[in-house]
Design a binder for this molecule. Structure first.
Ligand SMILES: *Cc1c(COP(=O)(O)O)cnc(C)c1O
Length: 219
């Protein structure tokens, strides 16, 4: 599938779910993809991209940003505290706020710079030990903590366990967002973005279905 097919599938899923047309934003996940595939999608007019590593984004995007205007970059992978400054300088949104130490670092940077990217809190809905994100039972307290630091938290993000029905995880994330008054839901990837839209996704993160299989797999 290519960009136009995904865009149509999103519009169909919005309609089926009774959602407002255009209420779902498509993040084209360009990690590891060769540059010609990325410029192909840029040439089609798409401007919202996701990367999961700060370093890789830093080596790819500055030169593309001199050739294409209005690019919006979202970080969808884990953020180490020592890369926070580079991340806030480069990204328009960070979907992976997941611990108090990072929240405090981002708050310090926001104060210093007078600006902060949009932030989403990653929730480990499957409670997987190896996966990042706050536990569902800690989510409400962490949202409050981030708000107390004046961080611009707009929503929640999850990556369901690979071998489980994702709908349960999408529903759980939507429920936590509702009770904490957050409006953005970052959920759904190539295999399940239509289901995520049915459960209220406002950001879907789609990589291989737009660009083709990643040449070298990356976590
Ligand atoms: C790679 C990645 C995606 C995109 O995955 P596809 O299955 O290629 O669509 C989405 N979200 C995160 C966090 C990712 O790391």
């Amino acid at each position: 599938m290519a960009l136009a097919d995904i865009t149509h599938a999103i519009a169909d899923a919005e309609e089926k779910a009774g959602r407002r047309p255009g209420s779902v934003k498509l993040i084209a996940v360009s990690k590891v993809q060769p540059e010609d595939r990325v410029t192909g999608v840029l040439d089609e007019g798409h401007r919202l991209f996701g990367e999961n590593r700060v370093q890789e984004a830093a080596s790819r995007w500055p030169s593309l940003q001199t050739r294409y205007t209005d690019i919006s970059l979202h970080l969808i992978g884990p953020l180490q505290t020592n890369k926070a400054r580079q991340a806030v300088e480069m990204f328009d949104a960070i979907h992976t706020l997941d611990r108090p130490k990072l929240a405090r670092r981002l708050a310090d940077l926001a104060q210093e710079r007078g600006a902060c990217p949009e932030l989403l809190i990653q929730v480990n809905t499957g409670e997987e030990p190896q996966k990042a994100g706050v536990l569902p039972s800690d989510a409400d307290a962490f949202v409050a903590e981030a708000r107390a630091l004046d961080l611009p938290v707009t929503g929640l993000m999850c990556i369901p366990p690979i071998d489980e029905e994702p709908s349960l995880h999408f529903a759980l994330l939507a429920k936590i967002a509702e009770r904490t008054g957050l409006t953005e839901l970052s959920m759904g990837m190539s295999a399940d973005f239509e289901r995520a839209i049915a459960f209220g996704a406002t950001y879907v993160r789609v990589g291989s279905a737009i660009f083709g299989a990643r040449v070298q797999p990356q976590g």
